[in-house]
Design a protein around this ligand. Sequence first.
Ligand code: HEC
Length: 466
Amino acid sequence: MSPFIAVFTLLSIVILSIGSCSESSENVNEIVDETDSTAYYAFRNSVNEPPEDYQGPRFELSCNYPTELPAGGADMPWMKIDVDFTDKNPSWSDGPWLDYINAIKRYAFEGQDQNLTNDAGWKADIDGGTRWFHVPWMAYNASAGREYVHGCTSERIASVEDFDGDGVVDIATGIGNLQHSNDASSITHFETWAVGMYNEYAGYAFSQLFPKTGVPSLTDNLPTGLPFPVGTCVVKTLFTTATDQEVPFLVNSPEWTVNRHKMQGDTTYLCERERQAVYLVQVDVAVVDPRSPTNWVFGTFAYNGTLDGATAVERLDPVGIQFAMDPGTFPGIEKDKSEPAYQSVLNDQMTIYEHFGCNGRLCGPVDNPEASCMSCHGGAYTAPMNELDKMGENIPQIFGFDGMCTTFNEQNEAFFSNRKYPEPYFEDMFPDAIPLDFSLQVQVAFTQYKKYTLNAKNTCSPTTPH
Ligand code: HEC
């Protein structure tokens, strides 16, 4: 081999295997052992590399974060809609919230393939500029980390009850009458694979929070660059392993291929991955809005194949919005003092089954019905940098705890209480935890970085939902 070819081959191997945003990729000579490079793990595209003969779409981490704050954040379309954050009796169908969530939807899907085909995937570049950015460190976790086709991570496993209420809810149209509910031999749990994108306003925050070394940055013990600036919009597309055979309203849902866990029998998800189909089931959005008591508004859409609508984007059915946690609603407060929730505004006209969240709060189709979007996200904290993150010990427990949504206790009181960055979580709970401004992907980044740098175990074990 000539020296020229040898150098070229070496270069291309290194460039292929390093995320495009790490400092090291600019000067390949610096890399002695890539498996020991913090930047390599921070910015790599996926946990597994595709096989050599793979021809399909390949996820690339969008991480050339803008180093200047883009202009115009206060003029984003949702900021112009006159919504009332104090209205105790908000209406979904006559109120401005539907306009609000639709304004976010229009912005979010601008320039995307309106059928979100597998080949198109999610485009980071819109109108010749990069609009969408990804969070680093999400391709480190051996069990759940990003896969190589679309950068999806493995999320909460949904149960058949999430889609049809276990027959408790009678659906006039017959929609949601799941075959699997009555069929003992079939699969009752479905994996969720999802990918989240932050727009360029958030990207500017990331340019400070996630420098090219891959080491998340703190200034005076707060994350550098946070809170997210006005103009911030986040989108997360969630795909389920359930098909329209199991969940009829998924008919004509966008089908993506993701390199996801293989199944053993009807119950066990193995660590081994294989390219398999998943279907769009939910689209989450979140925007910064300084009028909100938390500085955020969250919203979600259910894919509803029974809606008229020529494109998949048109068949996304808004489920509702949430701008705070409703601490005045049980179990944020005792039952006898509880008032109806008003900090979530829910679409009460849906024609498919939707379980919503805890007592009138918002949750999406594949979310835990005992939780709410913002209660979970309000728990976005990380422990001090020399400690691994341990939910319930040094940061809030968000993935279900005893009595979630059903008893009045301190944990529920905290879970359903309001806060705004950089306030602490709740009273004297987790006093040393560092606030992450409602971003659980940023929490994933800190958690994984600490696992890496503190040499914690990073192994995968098969999951069997119960
Ligand atoms: C169990 C708690 C939980 C609930 C309930 C929940 N989420 Fe999340 N969400 C997460 C976690 C964990 C992540 C980070 C992991 C990921 O994105 O893969 C996340 C990520 C996101 C992201 C990407 C940006 C970010 O903040 O990390 C958005 C946007 C989002 N969720 C919106 C929503 C919306 C809207 C709802 C309600 C419809 C919701 N979430 C309900 C746990 C939750």
